[in-house]
Design a binder for this molecule. Structure first.
Ligand SMILES: [Zn+2]
Length: 388
């Protein structure tokens, strides 16, 4: 506490200041940390409670945030970043200056550390409430009653074959430019805005998913530079905001949009978000989203089949519509120009983040959507075979 000034010299009374810092740390820091740990342990041990939270409390808790961010067509995450980065830099400069020219250095350091701990503690709690608990809900296979198990090459080939048939049908219908590359007919923002209705349709087709609301997909202004990280979409839980890299080829972008919407609907795991993105596209009569969903899912299925049985892969892939190859080639050309150290670091960060969230396979977990696809395809085939 500052008591009085004697000329230029400021005199401090240490004891009350230290105790008030300590009190602040106890009240504003320990409470959110304790609650975050309790929520983590409770949800990790009891998926029923996590499921209840994801279905009933998460949509209500995030409602006001979604309503606010939904007012804007552009990403508020990026605006926050643009404001936060210079502010942090200014705070750092002010802090260093204060350390050099003002007395009470250690008090300044202590105050800064306490403030940082408090901010981090509240950020951890908010993350847990807007995303973290959703990692611990029931698995999607349990929710949809799908029997995922180690599958044989035969099932993989049958699923890949079926997918190629569906993909080829829609590949012939989507709009393309003069080079044969898929280009949506609407503007980018109008196209992104159609994604919400596609998820509403998914929720109606699969009520067991318990999806009641999704966020509004947002375009990111500096998308081209964002591509250096190799990222097409990112869910920012603090704003319940799906951020999309609108510079990326649309054949992948539309699938990523559905993937990020799955996160805003309470499905945190990457394989499940990928499968729900596919399923949303499959159920939809929006050919552009359907095409992107099938294209991206086939790239996952195809790479697994190629790893298992190259001859079988070549046979199945040989049936692909020419336009799909044009789009795969376009995606490769696009992403190749951004390959480098930043992409490697970004991939490593994502891998570590997923492992911290108990997604043991890290970035490999995206490909596990194929297990869900095969289980779903077998169950659909059994249902239609039994005349249901
Ligand atoms: Zn994701």
């Amino acid at each position: 506490m500052r008591l009085f000034s004697r000329g230029q010299k400021v005199v401090y009374n240490d004891r009350p200041r230290r105790s008030s810092l300590w009190r602040r740390l106890m009240w504003a820091g320990v409470f959110p940390v304790a609650l975050t740990i309790a929520l983590y342990l409770f949800s990790a041990r009891d998926p029923h409670s996590a499921e209840f939270y994801s279905r009933s409390i998460f949509p209500i808790f995030t409602w006001p945030i979604r309503q606010f961010t939904g007012l804007f067509s552009f990403s508020l995450t990026q605006v926050l970043l643009f404001i936060a980065a210079p502010l942090l830099l200014a705070a750092l400069i002010w802090f260093v200056w204060r350390l050099i020219v003002r007395p009470g250095r250690w008090r300044a350091v202590l105050t800064a550390v306490v403030n940082l701990v408090i901010i981090a503690a509240w950020a951890a709690l908010l993350f847990m409430l807007t995303h973290g608990i959703n990692y611990h809900r029931h698995t999607l296979s349990a929710i949809m009653n799908l029997h995922t198990q180690p599958y044989g090459t035969e099932e993989l080939v049958a699923t890949a074959d079926w997918l190629v048939g569906e993909l080829n049908e829609v590949a012939a219908l989507v709009p393309r430019d003069e080079e044969g590359i898929f280009r949506p007919s609407d503007s980018c923002e109008a196209t992104l805005d159609r994604a919400g209705a596609i998820f509403v349709n998914l929720a109606e087709n699969y009520p067991e998913l318990g999806i009641s609301a999704v966020g509004r997909p947002k375009s990111v202004w500096l998308s081209h530079y964002w591509s250096y990280t190799g990222i097409t979409g990112m869910y920012f839980p603090y704003l319940v905001e799906p951020n999309l890299n609108i510079d990326a080829p649309e054949s992948g972008l539309l699938f990523s949009t559905l993937h990020e919407l799955a996160h805003t609907a309470g499905y945190a795991r990457e394989d499940e978000a990928n499968f729900l993105a596919f399923l949303a596209g499959h159920c939809s009569d929006d050919n552009e989203y359907k095409y992107s969903a099938y294209t991206q899912m086939f790239s996952l299925v195809g790479s697994q089949l190629n790893a298992r049985d190259t001859a079988a892969y070549k046979e199945v892939a040989g049936k692909l519509h020419f336009g799909v190859w044009v789009d795969y080639r376009n995606q490769n050309i696009y992403w190749d120009q951004f390959k480098g150290k930043i992409q490697e670091i970004s991939n490593k960060v994502n891998d570590t983040y997923l492992k911290v969230q108990k997604q043991e396979k890290g970035v490999q977990s995206y490909g596990e959507a194929v297990d869900l696809l095969i289980a779903w395809h077998l169950s659909e085939a059994a249902t239609s075979g039994s005349g249901k």
